[in-house]
Design a protein. Sequence first.
Length: 365
Amino acid sequence: MKRMSFLWACAFVVSSLVAPAAVCAHKINTSYTNIVVSADTLKMRVRYDDFDLIKIGLDQDGDDLLFYEEMEAGLDQAFAFVEGNITLTINGQAVTLIRGKGDITPDNKGNMFANLYLGAPLDSPFEVLNVQVDWPEHFGDDHKNLGQILLPGQPLVQAIFTAEAPMQTFAILKSKSLWEQAYEFIVLGVEHIFLGYDHIMFLLALIVVGGRLRNLVKIVSAFTVAHSITLCLAVLEIVSLPAQWVEAGIALSIVYVAVENFWLKRTDYRWLLTFFFGLVHGFGFANVLRDLGLPTRGLVTSLFSFNIGVEIAQIAIVVLVFPLITWLNRQSYQRAVVLAVSVCIGLFGLGWFIERVFELEYMPI
């Protein structure tokens, strides 16, 4: 009996190995649309995963699995589905899409996607683009189509199309003056610090131990110079690091500074450590700017203004906290408070580090 069980197991393994490879349907329920508009052409790519393609009708044998052959054979059907469920108008005129090539590629998690390329020539100067994506209603209420729209002379725009909101309008914005652009990026720099709790925690961990005002100024200045260097290098694509490593490094810097507070006696040379960690934080600032989309016109102004905004926010935090730290230095329980605050900050940093290394989502902020 045991021998028969063993033979059955062997037969199952062998049949699994020699069976044609099928694409397993993973319920991502998200499709992707990229549209690039230049002076005289519109180019579009639509990506469907195997789960979407089954709903379109490419699963010919009805087994809820798609073989590569089925996906390849069904590309024309997928093209027809796209053409029947997307409407593009430019300046109020309908755009007639022309089919390009289609191919099948995996993502980094092994899910298979059909890539459908379409395009159209443009005769008139571009002003307004209307995009209506109707296929989410065919794929279920929770389906989302994630769009990326790149218009002439504009930063990349992200869009989400759903069954409830299938249409969006995109227009070329009037060019902003350098003063308007500078003000906008100063505000973005301030907002990034006050909404970036990891940067606030790092700064608090540095200054909570107290010390002379001169040393605090050196610490903040070192951080400013350091992150300005790597911010420029990263935005100009001279140096590039994976975003996941950078974010994990920022979290680790918080942990280290918080732990160092337990044995730190003098703050005279802490600016050196701050300079090193500031280089890491600069790459994090660069990732934010990339996501926001930097204008090609006035790039230096935008970088400088963003840095100014970051410094305004940092100085504001120091100005608010320094009187409290000065008062605390005169109290008998100052050391206990510093250690307690450092423990809390360190735990947050450790939580962020684990979350970012293992790509989890459990931290409250």
